[in-house]
Design a protein. Sequence first.
Length: 216
Amino acid sequence: MIIPARFNGPPNSGNGGYSAGLFAGPAGETHRAVTLRRPPPLDTPLSLLDGEVRAPDGAVVAEVGPADEITTVVPPTGYADAVDAATRYAGFTDHPFPTCYVCGPERTDGLRIFPGRLPDGSTAAPWTVPEDVSAATVWAALDCPGGWAIIEAGRPYVLGRIAVRLDRLPATDERCVVRGALAAAEGRKALVHSTLYAPDGTVLARARATWIAVAG
């Protein structure tokens, strides 16, 4: 496996959701959980053996295994409301990784998912599905909207673990809505949920993730 450089999160490592979706492989289209042990390296051959993703030097990058049932969904909101929420995306003014493939405002070739807060603190974003959509793309789309339910100015977080249930890939050019919500936070850890909705309101995919605050 190789994570091409364009799928970055922080400048020199893979976007957590995309990387995890790639590591999950074909099983990422059902139920899979991925725990990231170190920043996924870009343009580097990685191997998967016995549930461990390893770098060429043998370092464990991630652990892959079955996921418990994901029952929680973030309630749907209308597309127009998601468009309105995106205008309030905090990452436009303070983003720890502005070139992130998923939510970086400086990227013109990324997913351009800009999750803004709703009054209840949850996030919503519109997403026009790209032509090269894959299971890893959906994992990426579910990643950042959950994170932005906890990220605050001057306090960056990164993905630690994500589990995804993918029911159906969205179609190219579908105008979907992605939702995120904080479930619990303690110390440097936060548990979040995210949900991808089709234009007709059908749940396409859902995720449960743990985000870790970056030590100052």
